[in-house]
Design a protein around this ligand. Structure first.
Ligand code: 5GP
Ligand code: MG
Length: 177
């Protein structure tokens, strides 16, 4: 794989499409074991996780449902900072086994603020599956039960992840050079 250009920046190959596919196969088979008979509800966080979600979901060999949400962050009216709301979540999570799908966990802030809102609906369980995590960037306690690759604290694109709108269609994952 060669270096690529997205907007004004150069990115170098980091994880090949084949390695991603292999990892997703492993995660899907683990989830299929863990959730047999539980009919889990996957919630994929758009936009970044759409390719991860579709590849993982197709690899499951159990009954499962999937729904897609967007997270919008509003400035709170108090000094407590931003309020995160989910757009598009129509299913009731009550007594469901929920697995949240994220492309990447960076500081953990987004999920740390959002997960309590899901808990509020009284699901039977909630776990997180993230394709990528950046342990050195983590500032909030978010620990995905299923995690693909731990990567250094460098910006990446490809496989659903964008740099300013572009790069999502690149099959592998590339790192800022
Ligand atoms: P957090 O709240 O965990 O700091 O941020 C998570 C979100 O930031 C991810 O869902 C993703 O949208 C974005 N993000 C964090 N790191 C990267 C990265 O290296 N590349 C891209 N494209 N997005 C990132
Ligand atoms: Mg995201």
């Amino acid at each position: 794989m060669d270096a690529i250009q997205v907007h004004d920046k150069t990115f170098v190959p980091y994880i090949s499409a084949a390695d991603i596919a292999e990892k997703i196969k492993e995660i899907a088979s683990q989830i299929s074991k863990d959730y047999e008979g539980k009919r889990p509800l996957f919630i994929a966080v758009l936009n970044g996780s759409f390719i991860f979600a579709s590849d993982l979901f197709r690899r499951l060999n159990i009954d499962a449902e999937i729904s897609f949400i967007k997270l919008a962050s509003y400035k709170g009216t108090t000094s407590t900072g931003n309020v995160i709301t989910a757009i598009g979540l129509e299913e009731s999570l009550h007594q469901r086994h929920v697995i949240l799908l994220e492309d990447i966990i960076d500081t953990g802030k987004t999920l740390h603020e959002f997960l309590p809102q899901l808990q509020h609906q009284g699901p039977a369980s909630i776990e997180v599956a993230a394709l990528l995590t950046k342990p050195d960037a983590l500032k909030f306690p978010v620990h995905p039960k299923y995690s693909g690759f731990e990567i250094p604290n460098k910006f990446v694109v490809g496989y659903g992840l964008d740099y300013d709108g572009l790069g999502r269609n690149i099959p592998g994952i590339y790192q800022l050079g």
